[in-house]
Design a protein around this ligand. Structure first.
Ligand SMILES: [Zn+2]
Length: 76
C-alpha cells in the first residue's frame, strides 16, 4: 500500500538526489550538482533512465552527487 501511495504522489518535476531510490520507472533529467560549483555535463549525461527502486547515480563525468528531476514516467 505504501508503495502505491508514493507512486501516486510522484509527479513529473519532482526532484531527487544521488543515493535516493527512484520512486517510479522513467526518465530523469539533470538539474544541478549538489555541491557547487559543479562541472557542466554534456548532453549524454543529462538524462538517465531508471527502474523503480534503483538508486539515482552520481554524475558520470565527475562522480559527484547531483540532483535529478522526473522528466517522464515510464508507462510499462
Ligand atoms: Zn560533474
Amino acid at each position: 500500500m505504501k508503495n502505491e501511495l508514493e507512486k501516486e504522489m510522484t509527479e513529473v518535476g519532482h526532484a531527487f538526489r544521488t543515493g535516493e531510490r527512484a520512486p517510479v520507472s522513467g526518465i530523469y533529467e539533470y538539474v544541478g550538482h549538489i555541491t557547487l560549483p559543479g562541472c557542466n555535463p554534456n548532453s549524454n549525461d543529462r538524462k538517465v533512465t531508471l527502474t523503480a527502486g534503483e538508486f539515482f547515480p552520481p554524475h558520470r563525468g565527475c562522480g559527484k552527487g547531483v540532483i535529478w528531476r522526473l522528466f517522464k514516467i515510464s508507462t510499462n
